[in-house]
Design a protein around this ligand. Structure first.
Ligand code: FAD
Length: 211
């Protein structure tokens, strides 16, 4: 819907569409537990990445609500979850560094690989760049230990929803609110996080394997 997504639009010289289809090798997902980071290829699906991380007892800090996106797509588009904790809800806020293939001079072979990392001047600009700077070929995110959570669902009157919402967001790292405005009620899904359990995440627990 934008010129970014349409290489010929508005340009006399045309443009190039780059396929990132082969940028999805799960063997390229490397967890470093000493720095608590994961280096990931840009095109792997988020759901697969989360499962691979879970096998190693770690997880991403924040993602969007749907897992059919790629790490590079999420970061390049500024996609976010929702949180007042840590660095907030932006997936890109937990990016540590990324490698980008950028156009270069003829002497350099027309393309070169640059790495931008936290602390460098270019890092903020490069993160949410919608693909216009080049092709992101690797991303490194900060990760946190897997935890087990228990969830409580409750319904309350919405008279002080604004204050209740803020209190909830400050108290809980993970929570969800559904507002039933015609009923003047809201539903709260509150989570209690159990420290550093290496049990499988909820998304892997099936009725037959659930305790
Ligand atoms: C069902 C659904 C639910 C969603 N929920 C949320 C949500 O909860 N929160 C939220 O913030 N967003 C949400 N979104 C939006 C989503 O985060 C964005 O559409 C995201 O960009 C999708 O990632 P993608 O892998 O499909 O990227 P694409 O759509 O393929 O690309 C997005 C941008 O990133 C660039 N890009 C992709 N790969 C590379 C690469 N390797 N190098 C350089 N640039 C690259 C592209 O050029 C493009 O500009 C949702 C989308 C859907 C379809």
């Amino acid at each position: 819907m934008t010129k970014f997504a349409c290489p010929n639009s508005g340009s006399d010289t045309g443009g190039v569409v780059i396929s990132t289809a082969s940028f999805n090798s799960n063997s390229s997902v490397v967890v470093d537990k000493s720095s608590m980071t994961v280096s990931t290829p840009p095109g792997i699906m988020l759901g697969e990445l989360i499962d691979l991380l879970a096998m190693q007892g770690v997880t991403l800090h924040q993602t969007i609500a749907w897992d059919g996106v790629s790490p590079a797509g999420m970061v390049s588009a500024g996609a976010h979850g929702s949180s007042l904790w840590g660095r907030g809800g932006g997936t890109y806020e937990y990016l540590v560094s990324m490698r980008i293939v950028v156009p270069a001079s003829k002497n350099e072979g027309f393309a070169k690989v640059v790495t931008v990392a936290e602390g460098s001047d270019l890092f903020h600009d490069a993160r949410i760049s919608l693909g216009v700077l080049g092709a992101v070929s690797q991303l490194t995110f900060s990760v946190q230990p897997m935890t087990k959570r228990s969830v409580t669902l409750s319904v309350a009157d919405d008279a002080s929803l604004e204050e209740d919402f803020l209190t909830l967001a400050r108290e809980r790292e993970f929570a969800e609110v559904s507002w039933y405005s015609s009923q003047k009620k809201f539903g709260k899904k509150c989570t209690i996080q159990h420290a550093h359990s290496l049990l499988p995440p909820w998304r892997l627990v099936t009725p037959s394997s659930a305790p």
